[in-house]
Write a protein that binds this ligand. Structure first.
Ligand code: PAF
Length: 282
């Protein structure tokens, strides 16, 4: 049965709609929703609270040369997709609503966590993410917030921010939802040409191989290099492909790697003009 769902554009309207006794469960998104987002909304629903999904393409987390302008904005379609998932409110502010003046107060996450991996190749990205997520948390006042584990580092950064600021919100990470052939679902997959879409599987394949060899006594550095070169040889522009500790995304020591420390293989690479990221825990 279709859910009664309200589309709200202002913070004032949102606050009055959420004036009831239960703080909501919240799914922040940038729209162009796919099954991965809908799985987050279904998880949010399980908490027996009103469910809010936000749709806002956050300029602060894009570098000048990145795809802010062409990022797909498909609000009407997104709202239709959310009907029947159990979402109660869609909060879709425009820029003037969320950033009525230049956002000069920002949340700067620690460099050890935020300037590596994604942060090395997208400087300032996590400052943009933390700033908007904190602001959205202030607007929505959620008790629970649900994020996808495809953005593995983002989830770690948001967890750390919530802990350090004692935010009264439980941050939940959900498994990556994949297409039938194994490609991680992403709003950016739509940028891929048909040929690129076929070749896109090379990234999860490389990460699975790295994860599968994570405990090899000989070490993984040569394999990391080989996999990066392999992607480059197929015309990709790989940024990183590396094995890290899950707990802080730092490289594991040999003792940790061989001793069962929980690890994750993380990768990001450009295929044509599309940048894809993915990860495999091991
Ligand atoms: O993961 C995303 O879609 C964005 O980074 C988020 C968390 C909605 C902040 O803009």
């Amino acid at each position: 049965m279709a859910t009664e769902l309200r589309l709200i554009h202002t913070i004032a309207e949102l606050r009055s709609a959420l004036a009831g006794p239960l703080r909501p469960a919240f799914v922040p998104t940038m729209g162009k929703l796919h099954e991965g987002h809908l799985a987050l909304v279904r998880e949010a629903r399980r908490h027996g609270r009103p469910v809010v999904t936000s749709i806002f393409v956050n300029r602060l987390q894009f570098l000048p040369h990145e795809d802010f302008d062409r990022y797909p904005r498909t609000l009407a379609r997104d709202v239709e997709l959310l009907r029947g998932t159990g979402c109660d409110l869609v909060f879709a502010p425009d820029e003037a609503e969320l950033y009525p003046e230049p956002q000069v107060f920002k949340v700067a996450p620690p460099p050890a966590l935020a300037d590596i991996l994604e942060g090395e190749f997208r400087p300032g990205f996590f400052t943009g993410v933390c700033t908007v997520v904190l602001k959205l948390f202030e607007c929505v006042q959620p008790a629970v917030a649900v994020f996808g584990r495809k953005d593995y580092q983002q989830l770690q950064v948001v967890h750390a921010m919530a802990r350090q600021f004692a935010l009264p919100v439980e941050v939940i990470g959900m498994p990556t939802v994949r297409e039938a052939d194994g490609l991680a679902m992403s709003s950016r997959n739509d940028y891929l040409s048909a040929d690129e879409r076929r070749d896109a599987l090379a990234l999860p394949a490389a990460l699975r191989r790295l994860a599968g060899c994570a405990r090899e006594p000989a070490g993984v550095a040569p394999l990391e290099r080989e996999l990066l070169q392999g992607l480059a040889g197929r015309g990709w522009g790989p940024d990183y492909l590396t094995l890290r500790r899950r707990r802080d995304l730092q490289p594991p020591s040999e003792a940790e790697r061989l001793g069962g420390e929980p690890l994750v293989a993380l990768g990001a690479a450009r295929l044509g003009t599309t940048r894809l990221i993915d990860n495999v825990e091991c």
